[in-house]
Design a protein around this ligand. Structure first.
Ligand code: Q46
Ligand code: ZN
Ligand code: ZN
Length: 324
């Protein structure tokens, strides 16, 4: 297998691009794809300060590295979710990467700063962990961007992620979500501008990027991802992609070109009813935002270890408040 560009030995084949690359040309390919996404979708302007939502996984670390390589001022923000050994390893990978590159990283610890963790929140709310987790992460990253004066938040969503979300939204005709599904969400009503510069790269490509760049990311999946529907949608798309390379790309980008605008009015209706949270001031459709309501409900509850929750013995228990 030879590199399509230099004819040297290739290290990766990209069937949807009908190309093979050596290490150097693959890294260039990744930089070019990210630069193309940024320009095509007008994601980040020159001089913008970027806040990268860092998880310690391949996507967020590759994103941070690529943005710095492309010359952007990019700071990292990591949120400690308190998911046992997984969170410890994720923190370590994030800190090690930031230190190795001399990049600014701030850690937020849910238990230390807000008095709860995700396994406990899942046990108390009796909902899938990803529900309180996703909401907490979005809220804290948005607040961090506002408080830190960042122009834009960058997240590591890749092509596989976006195609899986799109499939889920189409299967259930979540038209409001379809109207908001885009590589860029503009700043509005207290929400920062959000961009997804990895939308032109697949999961396999961000993993390969990290390996070639020597980035030590956390390989293990979150132990609480079970029951996450997006994983099943990803598997379904991978099955199709295996025999029809390029399907995910066409599904997502042709949706953006041909259909996304049709759903914008429904997303706008949902956005119109926002007002500031009476506790924290974040935009919300209720009097008190979902994050503040969650904190009020679960902070200082006796912690539920992730192992107990996974064994199905934590749900609904340990709701006794401990004294502050
Ligand atoms: S960390 Fe949180 Fe993910 Fe784990 S609990 Fe779900 S949302 S799967 S990206
Ligand atoms: Zn080459
Ligand atoms: Zn609030």
């Amino acid at each position: 297998m030879k590199c399509t560009v230099c004819r040297g030995p290739a290290v990766i084949d990209l069937r949807r691009h009908n190309a093979n690359f050596c290490g150097d040309h693959f890294l260039k390919f990744c930089r070019d794809q990210v630069a193309k996404a940024i320009i095509q979708h007008d994601m980040i302007a020159a001089g913008h300060r970027v806040l990268v939502a860092v998880s310690g996984g391949k996507d967020s670390l590759a994103l941070w590295d690529l943005l710095v390589e492309l010359g952007y001022e990019a700071h990292g923000r990591y949120i400690g979710l308190g998911i046992g050994g997984y969170s410890k390893a994720s923190t370590a990978a994030s800190v090690a990467f930031a230190e190795s590159r001399g990049l600014p990283l701030r850690l937020i610890d849910l238990r230390g700063e807000y008095g709860y963790d995700i396994p406990t929140a899942a046990a108390v709310t009796r909902r899938v962990p990803c529900s309180s987790c996703g909401m907490s992460k979005r809220h804290l990253i948005d607040s961090a961007a506002r408080d830190g004066g960042f122009d834009v938040v960058a997240t590591g969503h890749n092509l596989d992620d976006e195609a899986a979300v799109l499939l889920g939204n189409v299967l259930h005709w979540h038209t409001g979500y379809l109207g908001r599904q885009a590589p860029v969400l503009p700043e509005r009503d207290g929400f920062p501008r959000k961009v997804k510069p990895l939308v032109r790269l697949s999961e396999r490509e961000t993993a390969a990027y990290c390996v070639i760049r020597g980035i030590d990311y956390i390989v293990d999946e979150c132990p609480m991802a079970e029951g996450n529907r997006h994983l099943r949608y990803k598997e379904a798309l991978n099955t199709i992609e295996a025999t029809s390379p390029g399907t995910k790309h066409a599904f997502y980008f042709e949706f953006l070109d041909k259909a996304a605008d049709r759903f914008r009015p429904e997303a706008a209706v949902a956005q119109d009813s926002l007002r500031p949270c009476t506790v924290c001031g974040s935009p919300t459709s209720a009097e008190v935002c979902a994050f503040c309501r969650l904190v009020d409900r679960v902070s200082d509850v006796e912690p539920v270890p992730v192992e107990l929750l996974r064994a199905g013995r934590g749900r609904g228990q340990s709701t006794r408040k401990v004294s502050r």
